[in-house]
Design a binder for this molecule. Structure first.
Ligand SMILES: [Zn+2]
Length: 357
C-alpha cells in the first residue's frame, strides 16, 4: 500500500498535469458510472490527506474549491490500486504510482521510452484496459486508475467528514503546531502500543509499515510500549522526525531513513516475492533500497548499529521490525537523550545530501 508521501506526489502530478483544465472522464470498466457526470468539467487541482486523494471538479475554472458546486472525486488506492500516466514528454512524470504489484500494461510498452519522442504523441489513441475504473484525459495526457479501494463522488460536506475522521497528516502545513499537538494527545490517551497507534490513521494519517518501523528505530523506542507511558517531549520529537522523513519522501519519491555512516553493514533485505517498488525520481546519487532502512525487512540480519539480529513480529495486523537492543526505550522515565547523545531524530536523510529539511 502506498504510504502518504506517494499520495502527495500523486496530487502534485495531477496539479501539474491537469490543474485548471477542462477534462474528459470515463469509466472504461463501467464500475464508476458517475464518471460521465464529470465529463467536460474543469479539474481544479488535487489534494492529498493521508492516503486519501481528492480531485475537485467544477463547471468552470473560476469556482472556489470550497463551493457547493464542486464535486470531489475521492480515491483510496488500498492494497492494489494504482494510477498510470501517459502523455506528452514531461507530462506529470509519466509513470505508474501506487501498488508495487501492478504494472502499467501493454499499452505503455508501445509508448516506448517516454521523453525520446518515440511515440508519446500516441497517448491520445491509447485504448484503456478493461480494468480501468476511471480515466481522466486532459490537453497533454491522461491518467488511468485501476484497482482502488474507494473511487466515489463526494460533496463538500462528505469530503469534510472523510478528512475529519483522519488524524493529522505530517505532510500538511501546520503553522500552529496543532497537528503535532493532536498526535501527541492521541498517543498519550491510549493504552494501545505505540507500534499499533502509528498504524492507526485516526492517530496519524499517511504512515505505513515502512515509516512505522523506521520511525520507532530512530527514536530507539520499543514498539510494544503503551502510548500513555510516553512523554510529550519524546512524542513531539518523534513527530518532527516523521515530518522531516516524509517531506524527504514526498520530494524524492523514496523512503530513506539511514545515515550514510550506517549504510555499510549488511546491504541486504529479506523479502518474499518482488518486494516494495518505490516510485522515485531518477537520480544517479540515489541511496540503494538495500541501504535505505535500519530494520524494515531486515529481520534476522545484524542491526546496523549494534549487530544484534533484527526481530520481526505481528503488530496491528502487519509485521513490525525492530532491534531488541537499540530499541530499549520503554517509558518516559528512560533517560534516552543522555543514553543516546546523537538524538536520532536530528539525523534525517537530509544530512546525507546536505539539504535542509
Ligand atoms: Zn541495534
Amino acid at each position: 500500500m502506498p504510504e502518504g508521501h506517494t499520495v502527495h506526489r500523486l496530487a502534485a502530478a495531477f496539479e501539474r498535469g491537469f490543474g485548471g483544465q477542462r477534462v474528459r472522464t470515463s469509466s472504461p470498466q463501467g464500475r464508476f458510472s458517475e464518471a460521465s457526470q464529470l465529463d467536460g468539467m474543469v479539474l481544479l487541482g488535487a489534494e492529498a490527506v493521508g492516503k486519501h486523494l481528492f480531485l475537485p471538479f467544477a463547471p468552470s475554472g473560476d469556482v472556489d474549491r470550497g463551493s457547493p458546486a464542486v464535486r470531489h472525486v475521492h480515491v483510496h488506492l488500498g492494497l492494489y490500486g494504482s494510477w498510470t500516466f501517459a502523455g506528452d514528454p514531461g507530462f506529470a512524470d509519466a509513470h505508474a504510482i501506487g501498488a508495487p504489484r501492478l504494472r502499467v500494461g501493454e499499452q505503455e510498452e508501445e509508448l516506448g521510452d517516454g521523453g525520446s519522442g518515440g511515440g508519446t504523441a500516441d497517448w491520445r489513441r491509447l485504448v484503456p484496459r478493461e480494468t480501468v475504473r476511471l480515466r481522466v484525459a486532459g490537453a497533454h495526457g491522461l491518467a488511468d486508475l485501476t484497482g482502488p479501494t474507494a473511487c466515489e463522488i463526494l460533496d463538500a460536506e462528505e469530503r469534510r467528514s472523510v478528512i475529519d475522521r483522519l488524524g493529522p497528516d505530517p505532510l500538511r502545513p501546520d503553522p500552529q503546531g496543532s497537528g503535532r499537538r493532536r498526535f501527541v494527545e492521541a498517543v498519550r490517551r491510549s493504552r494501545t502500543t505505540i507500534g499499533a497507534l502509528l498504524m492507526n490513521q485516526k492517530v496519524v494519517a499517511g504512515i505505513g509499515n515502512i515509516y512505522r518501523a523506521e520511525l520507532l528505530f530512530r527514536a530507539r523506542l520499543d514498539p510494544f510500549v503503551p502510548g500513555k507511558e510516553l512523554s510529550a517531549g519524546m512524542l513531539e520529537e518523534m513527530w518532527e522526525d516523521l515530518v522531516a522523513l516524509m517531506h524527504y519522501g514526498a520530494r524524492t519519491g523514496r523512503i530513506v531513513t539511514t545515515q550514510p555512516v550506517h549504510r555499510e553493514l549488511e546491504a541486504r533485505i529479506i523479502e518474499r516475492s518482488r518486494g516494495t517498488r518505490q516510485n522515485g525520481d531518477e537520480d544517479p546519487g540515489v541511496v540503494p533500497r538495500e541501504e535505505s532502512f535500519y530494520v524494515y525487512h531486515r529481520q534476522t540480519l545484524p542491526c546496523r548499529l549494534c549487530g544484534t539480529p533484527v526481530r520481526s513480529g505481528d503488530l496491528a495486523a502487519r509485521t513490525v521490525f525492530w532491534c531488541p537492543r537499540c530499541q530499549c526505550v520503554r517509558s518516559r522515565r528512560a533517560n534516552w537523550t543522555r543514553e543516546h547523545p546523537a538524538a536520532p531524530w536530528a539525523l534525517g536523510p537530509q544530512a546525507a545530501d546536505g539539504r535542509a529539511a
